[in-house]
Design a protein around this ligand. Structure first.
Ligand SMILES: [Zn+2]
Length: 159
């Protein structure tokens, strides 16, 4: 009698899947933000956590009231799209890795006027972009534009 040829491999595959799933999102875990924490960039209190963001730097958490503040703080250090940056999912206000979210820049009342919000659900992000005259994409899609804006010479200046 031979045992079922697929019994062992499928068990190993299932185990591997379980380990991968358990490891996903739990490596370090997303930081938590207490409402009222001042934004390290602009000093305003983080009141509505749906707009908030956080970044791990040297074991500490830098809290932002808005994605636009997070970008302005992270961009000069070249770390805006890395695994250390977390944005709030607008639907639940829970923080997630920035590269797992869909980002919208549109006519929406974000705390510092940058018009940024993030969603886990791509269709939610695209709907907001459509209804509020904006666009949706990954954070990396917006980083180049923000970096260019920060490096831009004054109007009329020539290099
Ligand atoms: Zn801020």
């Amino acid at each position: 009698m031979r045992s079922h040829p697929f019994a062992l491999p499928s068990f190993v595959a299932l185990l591997g899947f379980a380990i991968a799933w358990a490891g996903c999102g739990n490596a370090g875990g997303a930081p938590r933000i207490e409402a009222g924490t001042p934004c390290v960039r602009c000093g305003m209190e983080t009141r509505d956590l749906r707009w908030a963001a956080a970044r791990r730097v040297d074991g500490r958490v830098r809290v932002y009231d808005s994605i636009e503040c997070a970008l302005k703080d992270a961009l000069p250090r070249g770390t805006a799209a890395g695994s250390e940056l977390y944005l709030a999912d607008f639907t639940t206000a829970a923080l997630h890795r920035s590269d797992s979210l869909w980002v919208v820049r549109a006519d929406i009342p974000s705390p510092m006027g940058g018009g940024y919000a993030a969603f886990l659900d791509r269709s939610a992000a695209e709907r907001v972009a459509l209804e509020r005259n904006g666009r949706a994409g990954r954070l990396a899609d917006f980083v180049a534009g923000e970096a260019a804006a920060m490096d831009a010479p004054a109007p009329g200046a020539r290099r």
